[in-house]
Write a protein that binds this ligand. Structure first.
Ligand SMILES: Cc1cc2nc3c(=O)[nH]c(=O)nc-3n(C[C@H](O)[C@H](O)[C@H](O)COP(=O)(O)OP(=O)(O)OC[C@H]3O[C@@H](n4cnc5c(N)ncnc54)[C@H](O)[C@@H]3O)c2cc1C
Length: 425
């Protein structure tokens, strides 16, 4: 079994950027070569800016190369909660931003001919408790009325038309949800950015940011120093001590995935006949899909722990048991890959983007960042150019996590709470 992300193992890098010299001056320095950083770099380069991305590891090393490959509609908090919290007009605006985000990916894939198996397979949300179907029906009504967006609610009696398990009590199908090969997409984005003039410096972790004045910073990296007129922090769940204000606002939670060996066509047809992206309504959610080469990818917050080789193996064992609980007929199937990564939750599970003390940032995708990170990179290039309206998330209150100054000591408490809620809600 390989302890590396399937997506990165089955994608060809667009280049080797480990020796790219660190430039002395840039208009924009971007920290992090995930979807946020790479799509911002592409957009800035197209605008003619002198832009460099600094990545501690290699392109796509973070959550962008480690996720479930699902670019789906809707906010992390769900539409009904958004309506309750922000009112109808703002909830509708935020919901539309997610649809726009999937369109952003579709456009980038088309414009730069990125071969990454992008397809609007549709997204299945699965009810763990019967009571969760009420939430689906409420969302269906609100989405149709407020954003003219149409989803289908599927009763338990018809669920086998969509999925080969009796584990769930019903489902909601959104036909606009998409899936893609995120390794190929990350490398494609990097290649398009470099072709447009962006520089990518891998193995160039940023060790210190020294403010010169306003938004101008000296960016100290492991391979040299750059003076940047603007800096974009795009470090997601890997946000660390060089940006302490942001670190206090990111809760890094481990999410883990296993991928099976390639499966026969008839088995895949039984699991997910329409190849939908799927996730369930538990707090400790399971999410799964079929990969382009017919493997089952099965993920979840198996444990509230950070990712490490030991942690990934333990989580992989828990996930295999969970997979067999749903699909007992996979008992003899080999697991080929196990890995984990960090999701960047926030206190309110909303995206937070803007500028603080001269540093720009776009963070807190809360497990819904495949589409939104790629979209926000582009949006931030416009926001940083002076277009405030390009950032719909500005102005959402962004308090720090109480008591959070470094490693997230409180994860086991959140995990215990989630288990209790899944049992009794
Ligand atoms: C297991 C898992 C499953 C997920 N599944 C889904 C899904 O199916 N659908 C969905 O929408 N979202 C999903 N997500 C979330 C999604 O992947 C992320 O929200 C998104 O990829 C974030 O992109 P990003 O570019 O902002 O950050 P990342 O891709 O995490 O990139 C941040 C980068 O910053 C680098 N970095 C950090 N500090 C420094 C420094 N000091 N100097 C230089 N570089 C630095 C890191 O090395 C990293 O490469 C999942 C996440 C995980 C972990």
């Amino acid at each position: 079994m390989k302890l590396v992300p399937y997506w990165l193992d089955t994608a060809e890098p667009s280049g080797d950027y480990r020796q790219t010299p660190v430039p002395e001056n840039v208009d924009v320095a971007i920290i992090g070569a995930g979807f946020t950083g790479l799509s911002a770099a592409l957009e800035f380069a197209q605008q003619g800016a002198n832009v460099a991305v600094f990545e501690r590891h290699t392109v796509g090393w973070g959550a962008s190369g480690r996720n479930g490959g699902m670019a789906t509609t809707g906010l992390a908090i769900g539409f009904s909660t958004a309506v309750k919290r922000y009112g109808e007009a703002r909830a509708a605006q935020y919901f539309r931003e997610y649809n726009d985000a999937i369109e952003s990916i579709e456009k980038i894939v088309h414009d730069y001919a990125i071969d990454c198996d992008f397809n609007r397979f549709g997204k299945l949300s699965l009810a763990y408790h019967d009571s969760h179907n009420d939430g689906f029906r409420k969302s269906q009504e609100l989405l149709a009325r407020l954003v003219d967006h149409h989803v289908h609610v599927i009763p338990k009696s018809e669920i086998h038309s969509e999925i080969g398990t009796d584990f769930y009590q019903g489902a909601m199908l959104d036909p606009l949800g998409a899936g893609l090969h995120v390794g190929k997409f990350a490398h494609g984005l990097a290649g398009a950015g470099v072709a447009a003039g962006a520089k990518i410096c891998e193995n160039a972790g940023v060790t210190e940011l020294k403010k010169v004045s306003g938004t101008v910073h000296d960016v100290h990296t492991a391979r040299g120093i750059t003076r940047a007129k603007q800096v974009l922090v795009a470090t997601s769940g890997y946000t660390g001590g060089i940006t302490p204000w942001m670190q206090r606002r990111v809760i890094p939670v481990g999410s883990f995935i296993i991928v099976t060996e390639p499966l026969p066509e008839d088995v895949v047809d039984r699991i997910l006949p329409h190849r939908r992206m799927a996730s369930d309504s538990k707090m400790l959610t399971y999410y799964f899909r079929i990969t382009p080469d017919n493997r089952l990818l099965f993920g979840g917050r198996a444990r509230f722990a950070l990712s490490s080789p030991d942690s990934d193996v333990k989580s992989g064992e828990i996930l295999r048991k969970a997979m067999l609980e749903l699909f007992p007929y996979l008992g003899n199937v080999r697991v080929d890959y196990t890995w984990g990564g960090l999701v960047d939750l926030s206190m309110d599970q909303m995206v937070h983007a803007g500028v603080h003390d001269g540093l720009f940032y776009s963070l807190n995708y809360s497990g819904h960042g495949v589409q939104m990170a790629a979209h926000m990179g582009k949006r931030m290039a416009h926001y940083m150019g002076g277009d405030d309206d390009a950032n719909v998330w500005r102005g959402i209150p962004n308090p720090p996590v109480p008591g959070h100054f470094g490693p997230p000591w409180f994860l086991p408490l959140i995990g215990a709470y989630a288990k209790v809620r899944d049992r009794f809600s």
